[in-house]
Ligand binder design. Structure first.
Ligand SMILES: NCCCC[C@H](NC(=O)[C@@H](N)CCCCN)C(=O)O
Length: 699
């Protein structure tokens, strides 16, 4: 819980996550420095160092594969000992990477990146010493340490990328990170045999260690860039705004936040889905929350206690990843042998065919990523990729040189091209999708679980291949792989349907760009009196006690802000009528902040309308159009009640100073009659019915 401060309905990741958007007006106003975190240059630098983070890891991961003949010969390893060495990367990570994910969420990306790149280097150095000393057991220790650091480093890289490039650049950024990783693997396979010829086995491992230092350097640069971005962000917030940057440490506070946070999330999901379902975005859409902004939405939810709480969508996604990756990775491990024996291909041509998977992925990852960012369809593409994998394995398992020699070399080439495309599709769509279906604050944990499953799948598949090939032959293995890929495709259908039905198809949508910098807009709103930037910490705790307590706190707080009894009643009335308080309208006009236009006020967004249209069937009222999408939902900011048009208990939020009730020209006037019958207990009922207001207040 350390790096997440939650503000009622809004949880804020406190490690400069997604610190600056490309379209940040505030950032562009931030002057006095040459390069700003919002600049493309700065963001590219972050992406570069994030990509290089795992470069050493992938280079060294494939070292045993690249030097298989030399290692087994030089160290006199049996096939079993060699395979034990290779699999020692995956086995511990069926558990350890999950722990790593938790620690990444706990300590943040900066510390984790440095610690994990160091761990990878330590592992590689141990292996270098082991091959020098010819100590097999030490080699196993080294591979173990290397694996512990390596898989968690993968998770860390993903959380960095998803936080810096949330939104419309996410998949492309992931694509670039995959490309650099593939270059690491390809470089390893293509250079290490020559390096070994020149400097021997120890020298080859030492080269790997040297490349790992590159990753450490990248981690150090990332720390500087990320910290600098955080400082800029802090500088942009006025001192008063710092007041809401409190940390939540006590268990009670966590529980309270979890309750309000998840209620608010449900409410917000309901709102988005209601808007989407009705298709009645109206003119106010421009000023309200975009239909879906998964990362941002998810960032508001406190971290789940257990991975089981990560949701069906996440588990389906992880299972698909486990099945799809395990078949491809274990096929790559035996692919050279397979083509040699089943198609009579030369060793070189077999190697070429196998490497096609990585080669294609290297080129395709950013291209696919870019197209996912532009057209969405990640889920559909993942499904298509699983289907393509099925086709590829089925073909490889059916047509071989013995059955129909005329098909060689067309079948293996076409199958590998298909498999390469499928693998590119899986890796390019899976990881960005993963970040969309889990709360941002739990991303490390979630990716850790996903990688743990993937390692389990890969290790199991490798054992299966080892045990099956001799007895049943490669065709049988390929058919099983085709079956496993088909199961992944079926799960992908389920995953898409679930996402479509319950989440409005978020994984297939185009993500909007990150909104303009929230700090600046928040400052504008606060200056305009449309928001307050600080609510005492005792409020969220106290308001949970009883509706009476809520009312007492609310009134006490209004009084502190100079609000009289009449003002409070007027505020209640305006909120019940579902319109903006005239004074708020005036202030909004002065501040140049757009309120929803009159027609949007006529939308049937009352409680009953929402209850009938909320897809999940939850009795959550819809959100009102908000003054401005991003500021109204900024961490720690409370939007005055009257700006939350037609939110039933909008008046619960405090506002600095009530106005005279004058209306301004061109702005909507209150309708003559309330849409809902006034009730003396409305206030209390509404508190129960409107968690978002409670969480707003508590923030
Ligand atoms: N930040 C990168 C996301 C993971 C990419 C993925 N790698 C893995 O899943 C690793 N567990 C496997 C390492 C094996 C390398 N040959 C990938 O697509 O490589």
């Amino acid at each position: 819980m350390r790096n997440v401060a939650s503000y009622g309905s809004i949880a804020k990741v406190d490690d400069a996550s997604a610190p600056f958007s490309a379209s940040s007006p505030a950032a562009s106003r931030w002057s006095g420095r040459r390069v700003r975190p919002s600049d493309a240059l700065y963001r590219n630098a972050v992406l570069t160092v994030a990509c290089v983070l795992t470069f050493g890891l992938y280079f060294c991961y494939d070292t045993p594969g690249a030097l298989v003949t030399d290692i087994t010969a030089d160290l006199h390893l049996t096939s079993f000992r060699y395979n034990l060495l290779v699999s020692l990367y995956s086995w511990p990570n069926t558990v350890m990477v999950f722990v790593g994910g938790l620690l990444i969420d706990r300590y943040g990306n900066r510390k984790s990146a440095v610690a994990l790149t160091l761990l990878v280097l330590v592992g590689q150095l141990i292996m270098t010493a082991a091959v020098t000393l010819r100590w097999y057991w030490l080699l196993l220790v080294g591979r173990f340490v290397f694996g512990i650091g390596g898989e968690s480093l993968n998770v860390c890289q993903s959380t960095i990328v998803s936080r810096w490039f949330a939104g419309h650049e996410l998949a492309m950024a992931f694509g670039f990170s995959l490309t650099v990783s593939r270059i690491g693997s390809i470089l390893s396979f293509n250079t290490l045999p020559y390096v070994h010829g020149v400097v021997g086995l120890s020298g080859a491992f030492a080269v790997g260690a040297l490349i790992c230092t590159l990753s450490i350097a990248a981690a150090s640069v990332f720390v500087c860039l990320d910290r600098y971005a955080e400082q800029c962000r802090a500088r942009e917030s006025p001192p008063s705004a710092q007041a809401w940057r409190y940390r939540v440490d006590s268990v009670e506070e966590e529980e309270e936040e979890e309750a309000t946070g998840s209620m608010a999330m449900e409410l917000e999901d309901g709102i988005r889905e209601t808007t989407t379902a009705s298709g009645d975005a109206g003119p106010s859409t421009a000023t309200s929350e975009p239909p879906e902004r998964p990362q941002r939405g998810s960032a508001r939810t406190p971290p789940p206690r257990s991975p089981l709480q990560l949701g069906l969508s996440f588990w389906l996604c992880s299972l698909i990843g486990m099945l799809a990756y395990s078949t491809v990775f274990s096929f790559i491990a035996v692919g050279g042998d397979f083509f040699h024996w089943r198609y009579g291909a030369s060793r070189e041509y077999s190697g070429f065919l196998v490497s096609l998977v990585y080669d294609i992925s290297m080129f395709m990852a950013p291209l696919l990523g870019r197209s996912f960012d532009q057209v969405g369809l990640r889920g559909i593409f993942l499904l298509t990729s699983c289907a393509l994998s099925t086709l590829s394995f089925r073909t490889l398992g059916t047509h071989n040189a013995h059955g129909n020699p005329a098909l060689f070399p067309r079948i293996p080439l076409l199958s590998m091209l298909t498999l390469g495309l499928a693998f590119s599709g899986v890796s390019s769509s899976l990881w960005p999708s993963m970040t969309l279906v889990v709360p941002a604050a739990s991303l490390g944990t979630a990716l850790g679980v996903a990688q743990a499953l993937q390692n389990f799948g890969t290790s199991t598949a490798s054992i299966f291949v080892g045990r099956t090939v001799d007895d049943f032959g490669y065709d049988y293995v390929m058919k099983v792989f085709a079956g496993v890929s088909a199961v992944a495709a079926v799960l992908a259908v389920w995953w898409n349907l679930d996402d479509w039905v319950h989440h409005g198809g978020r994984v297939n949508r185009v993500l909007p760009p990150e909104p303009a910098d929230e700090a600046e807009l928040r400052r504008q709103l606060i200056a305009a009196g449309l928001a307050v930037d600080y609510v005492p910490l005792y409020v969220p705790v106290y308001v949970l006690i009883s509706p009476q307590a809520i009312d007492t706190v609310r009134r006490a707080y209004y009084r502190r802000l100079g609000e009289g009894e009449m003002g409070m009643r007027r505020r209640d009335l305006y909120a019940r009528l579902g319109i903006a308080h005239p004074d708020v309208q005036r202030k909004a006009a002065e501040a140049g902040v757009r309120l929803p236009r009159p027609e949007s006020l006529q939308r049937p967004t009352g409680i009953s309308a929402a209850m009938t249209t909320t897809p999940r069937g939850s009795a959550t009222p819809p959100a009102a159009p908000i003054v401005s999408a991003s500021p109204a939902r900024s961490p720690g900011m409370v939007v005055p009640s009257a700006t939350r048009l037609s939110t039933p208990m909008a008046s619960a939020s405090p506002t600095p100073s009530p106005g005279s009730g004058r209306s301004i020209e061109g702005q909507p006037q209150p309708p003559p009659l309330p849409r809902r019958p006034p009730s003396s207990s409305l206030l209390h009922r509404s508190w129960k019915e409107s968690p978002v207001d409670r969480s707003n207040r508590s923030s």
